[in-house]
Ligand binder design. Structure first.
Ligand code: ATP
Length: 275
C-alpha cells in the first residue's frame, strides 16, 4: 500500500513521471486594508510558470498592492502567497533569490552611474565580479544604454530609468520577473527593445508577471491574463478564456470591470459648448 507521502508525490508528478512544476505564483485568501479602504479583498490567484502574464485593472483596482504583497514588499493582513513553490513570508530569502522586481515608483541609487548600479546589484545578489561585468555589458548593450553607462542615474530619463531598473531586475537571471507598469513613460523604440528582451526571457521557461492598463499591449504580449477590479479578481485564464465571446480584450475588460455601459462623459454637456 502506498503511504501518504508517496501518494502526494505521485499526485504532484506530471504524466511523464517528472515532478510537476509549481505555479509561478499561488495566492490564497489575500487581504489588504488601508484604514477604511480595502485595497485587496481576499483574492485567490494561480499564475502558471513559463508564461507571459498580464495583471490588468482600472486605476485603484489593487494591482500594485497585490504585486507588493506577492513580492514581499508589503505584508498582507491575511492570506498566503507562494512563489515558485515557496512561501513569500515564511521563506523570504529563498523567494527573493528567485525573483526580479521592477516596482512602481522605482527608487534607484541616484548617485551611481548605470554601470555602477548594475555592479552593486550583482554583488548584492552574490554573483562573482567577472560574471556581473559580463552580464552588465550585455544588458547595457541590448537595452541601448551602453552610451549612458557612465552617466549618473539621477540624470537618466524616465525610459532610461525603466531600462536600467529592468537590467538590475534581470541580472541574476530570476525564475519569475514582476514588473509594475514597465512600459509607462517608455518611447516606442525602447518599448520594442524591452518587449524583445522579455519575450526571449519567457521563451527560456521563465515567467513574467506585469501590470498594465494598455489592453492592446497585453493582448499582443501575454498568453495569460488576470483581470482585477475593486480589490477582486474578475477573471483569470488564457487570453482566449478571458476574452471569451468579446471582439477584443479591451471589450472583455470593459464588461468585466462593469464599465461597458458608462456614458463616456454625457454629463459634461458644458465641455466644448458655447463659451
Ligand atoms: N499606502 C496606502 N495607503 C492608503 N491607501 C492606499 C495605499 N496604497 C494603496 N491604497 C489604496 O488602495 C487601492 C488600490 O491601490 P493600488 O495602488 O493597489 O491600485 P492599482 O490597481 O495599482 O492602481 P493604478 O492602476 O492607478 O496604479 C486604492 O484605492 C488606493 O487608494
Amino acid at each position: 500500500m502506498q503511504d501518504r507521502a508517496e501518494t502526494d508525490r505521485a499526485a504532484r508528478a506530471g504524466e511523464a513521471g517528472r515532478p510537476a512544476t509549481p505555479p509561478a505564483v499561488r495566492v490564497q485568501g489575500l487581504w489588504k486594508r488601508f484604514g477604511q479602504q480595502t485595497a485587496v479583498a481576499g483574492i485567490d490567484l494561480e499564475l502558471p510558470a513559463g508564461k507571459f502574464i498580464g495583471l490588468v485593472g482600472p486605476n485603484g483596482a489593487g494591482k500594485t498592492t497585490t504585486l507588493s504583497m506577492v513580492t514581499g514588499l508589503l505584508r498582507p493582513d491575511q492570506g498566503t502567497v507562494e512563489v515558485a513553490g515557496h512561501d513569500v513570508w515564511r521563506d523570504p530569502v529563498e523567494v527573493k533569490s528567485r525573483i526580479g522586481v521592477l516596482p512602481e515608483g522605482l527608487r534607484l541609487f541616484e548617485r551611481l552611474s548605470g554601470r555602477e548600479l548594475l555592479a552593486y546589484t550583482g554583488r548584492l545578489r552574490g554573483l562573482p565580479g567577472a560574471e556581473v561585468d559580463k552580464r552588465a555589458t550585455q544588458l547595457l548593450d541590448v537595452l541601448d544604454l551602453a552610451g549612458a553607462q557612465h552617466k549618473l542615474v539621477v540624470d537618466y530619463s524616465t525610459g532610461m530609468r525603466k531600462k536600467i531598473g529592468l537590467a538590475a531586475a534581470l541580472l541574476h537571471n530570476p525564475e519569475v520577473l514582476f514588473l509594475d507598469e514597465p512600459f509607462e513613460g517608455v518611447d516606442p523604440v525602447s518599448a520594442q527593445t524591452i518587449r524583445e528582451v522579455l519575450e526571449r526571457y519567457t521563451r527560456s521557461g521563465a515567467t513574467v508577471v506585469f501590470s498594465s492598463h494598455v489592453m492592446e499591449l497585453v493582448e499582443s504580449l501575454c498568453d495569460w491574463v488576470a483581470v482585477m477590479a475593486a480589490g477582486s479578481i474578475r477573471a483569470q485564464g488564457t487570453l482566449d478564456q478571458v476574452r471569451g465571446e468579446a471582439s477584443s480584450l479591451q471589450n472583455a475588460f470593459l464588461e468585466l470591470v462593469g464599465a461597458g455601459s458608462r456614458t463616456g462623459g454625457d454629463s459634461l454637456d458644458w465641455l466644448g459648448g458655447k463659451r
